[in-house]
Ligand binder design. Structure first.
Ligand code: PLP
Length: 405
């Protein structure tokens, strides 16, 4: 088991300075930093075996294709999907949801049908469904949230009906940290045979994800939020759904036979992987998942719980600081405001102290509106953060308050 210094040493960027102060990186919800093994894996592709996958008969293409398909197997095992065919590489969560919204819309949605979302969704899990609903004449229904930031389950049950074509829900709110009761949400939808998509963009990096145990029909996530490279992500789908859905992009590799009259499609998962995918990033993602496994997902979950509880207590001791999102089930993300001080001012002053936090609406305007605010400061912590960094944040916030006093 590595100690925290050894873990931090795995992430070269954490050792850098910003404005001549040690970097305190608390913006992990936006993107995580990369361990050296991931950077090395990417470099290794380009340095020693770069070639387009699934195309050539030559040696390098064979190695790259094998590494890419092994990466798919790593993802399958990480999320415990039943089959490799159920794991589609995409450009990320946004790419996955846009693709799925198109395919589901084309195949299953008609005028007057409904899609259920929650009030906690990231724009990436709102706008693609809206675009599809506009095309198809369908309607979005929204599960409300209470003052703590929990969805109101009875309202959800009321929304489910024979008109519901899909429930698309985040596993964890990126804006306020709530962990949603996805197992219960899925079970309730399944009593009416309604499929459920889980947006795992903020879920996969914080603990064990088991799509079979969850029984979700689709699960999507981004590599860059789980210590992997940018530009890669996944769309997991149960085979029975993926085989029924039409592809969302056409091009090379996703086809079987092409004539000018008609095209037949490749088998799963290639039907959904048109064109040259970012195979180096897929290989980097698999390396990141391997790294996470080596640290231990149970360890990560436990350590982040400790960080959340330390940070919550520390920040709540600051007079004039209000936390938004007080669910009993939260990941290590704290959204807050300082009385009378705009979030941008807070964020910009903290930045000058080397502390990186996110400010604004966090691409979740509806939930900000729900609480009558136009944004927050968000500190999103992960297992490589330390209590000392939380102390630095708290001291920085005290300084901000003094400056505005
Ligand atoms: N869904 C949630 C809950 C997110 O937090 C994010 C990004 O912050 C996304 C979707 C979109 O992810 P990406 O920008 O990697 O596609």
């Amino acid at each position: 088991m590595k100690n925290i210094d050894e873990i931090r040493a795995d992430f070269p960027i954490l050792g850098r300075r910003v404005y001549d102060k040690p970097l305190v990186y608390l913006d992990n919800g936006a993107t995580t930093q990369k361990p050296r093994v991931v950077i090395d894996a990417l470099a290794d592709v380009y340095l020693s075996y770069n070639a387009n996958i699934h195309r050539g008969v030559h040696h390098l293409s064979d190695i790259a294709s094998e590494a890419y398909e092994n990466s798919r197997e790593t993802v399958r095992s990480f999320i415990n999907a039943e089959k490799r065919e159920e794991v589609v590489f995409t450009s990320g969560t946004t790419g996955s949801i846009n693709g799925l919204a198109f395919s589901i819309g084309e195949r299953f949605v008609n005028k007057g049908d409904e899609i259920i979302l929650s009030h906690l969704e990231h724009h990436a899990n709102i706008v693609p469904w809206q675009m599809m609903c506009e095309r198809k004449g369908a309607i979005i229904k929204v599960i409300p949230v209470d003052d703590n930031g929990d969805i109101i389950f009875e309202e959800y049950l009321r929304l489910l009906s024979s008109r519901t074509k899909l429930v698309s829900i985040t596993q964890v709110s990126n804006a306020i940290g709530t962990v949603l009761p996805v197992n219960e949400i899925i079970a309730a939808a399944h009593t009416l045979n309604i499929p459920v998509m889980i947006d795992g963009a903020q879920g996969i990096q914080h603990g064990v994800v088991d799509v079979r145990e969850m029984d979700c029909d689709f699960y999507v996530f981004s590599g860059h939020k789980v210590y992997g490279p940018n530009g890669i992500g996944c769309l997991y789908g149960k085979e029975k759904w993926l085989s029924e859905l039409p592809p969302f992009q056409g091009g090379g590799d996703m086809v079987d036979q092409v004539t000018f009259e008609k095209t037949t499609y490749n088998e799963l998962p290639f039907k959904f992987e048109a064109g040259t995918t970012d195979y180096p990033a897929a290989i980097g993602l698999a390396t990141a998942l391997g790294y996470v496994t080596s640290i231990g997902r149970n360890y990560i979950e436990q350590r982040e719980k400790e960080l959340l509880s330390y940070a919550t207590e520390r920040l709540l001791s600051i007079k004039g600081l209000k936390i938004y999102g007080n669910s009993a089930r939260k990941i290590s993300t704290i959204s807050f405001l300082l009385e009378g001080i705009h979030q941008y001012d807070t964020g910009m002053i903290l930045d000058k102290m080397g502390i990186a936090v996110r400010t604004g609406t966090h691409c979740a305007q509806p939930v900000m509106k729900r609480y009558g605010i136009d944004g927050t400061v968000r500190a999103s912590l992960c297992f490589y953060n330390t209590n000392q960094e939380i102390d630095t944040l708290a001291a920085g916030i005290e300084k901000v308050i003094k400056m505005f006093a």
